[in-house]
Unconditional design. Structure first.
Length: 260
């Protein structure tokens, strides 16, 4: 094997992926396992998570796949995840912060509890997972964090202002940590997807008129697939991207570059 090919593999590394039971999180876990990474999967739904764990373990028998059910909007559950990591005695070198959610409404229609919960899930969970993961990641010469953001953190889309605010905060967290932790050998990057075909996006895209509006604003004229986000996430975890940090890669079919 050519010596450079090892830079496109994750053999011997362990990756913790949140929101891993479906959609983008599942696709990320699958991609990282295919590249040789051992997996630590975290999601709320224990039954679905175990099903996914079994699927990935069968598909990638050469890697270890473990799972832990937790609600990362809850501080105690976040602490429990890293108690689990310590108990396992694994060497964590990759963290993918994918967990998130939304309740789309007009700005004046949100209850206080709703928008506070969005910040807890979309921003504070990632902030705390990064902080809790730091003592593990800093033990490696080339550790990686990838935060799954959204184009709504860069420009206006019809997601509701709290969601856009949380994703903008997540992207700024990415830039700040990249600068703070570069000297510690931890790279921090993010991806910003546009519409991706997942269970969460299906209701909106089922409206033919709305779908056509989305496609009109997307130069590639199609909806993205979770695997296409996972490919970008995986690249940012690989040794091949060892000089890339603080970046936000849009996975958007050209949406952010569209003019008139």
């Amino acid at each position: 094997m050519h010596p450079r090919l090892g830079n496109w593999r994750l053999d011997g590394r362990t990756a913790l992926v949140t929101g891993a039971s479906k959609g983008i999180g599942y696709a990320c876990a699958r991609e990282l396992a295919a590249l040789g990474a051992d997996l630590l999967l975290v999601a709320r739904d224990e039954l679905q998570l175990e099903e996914v764990r079994g699927e990935l373990a069968e598909e990638c028998p050469d890697v270890d796949v473990l799972a832990f059910a937790a609600d990362l909007a809850d501080q105690e559950d976040r602490l429990s995840v890293f108690d689990w990591v310590v108990d396992l005695g694994v060497s964590l070198s990759v963290l993918v912060n994918n967990v998130g959610g939304n309740v789309p409404r007009a700005t004046l229609e949100y209850a206080e509890a709703e928008y506070r919960q969005l910040f807890e899930l979309n921003v504070f969970s990632a902030f705390e997972m990064c902080r809790l993961g730091y003592p593990h990641l800093v033990q490696h010469a080339n550790a990686a964090i990838v935060n799954v953001g959204s184009v709504s953190g860069i420009t206006h889309v019809r997601t509701g202002s709290p969601y856009g605010m949380t994703k903008a905060a997540l992207l700024q967290l990415t830039r700040n940590l990249a600068c703070e932790w570069a000297e510690d050998g931890i790279r921090v990057n993010a991806v910003a997807p546009w519409y991706i075909r997942t269970q969460r996006s299906e209701p909106a895209l089922a409206d033919a008129e709305y779908l056509e509006e989305v496609l009109d604003r997307t130069p590639m004229r199609r909806i993205g697939e979770p695997e296409e986000v996972a490919g970008a996430v995986a690249f940012l975890c690989l040794p091949a991207s060892s000089y890339v940090t603080g970046e936000v890669i849009a996975v958007d079919g050209g949406f952010l570059r569209y003019g008139f």
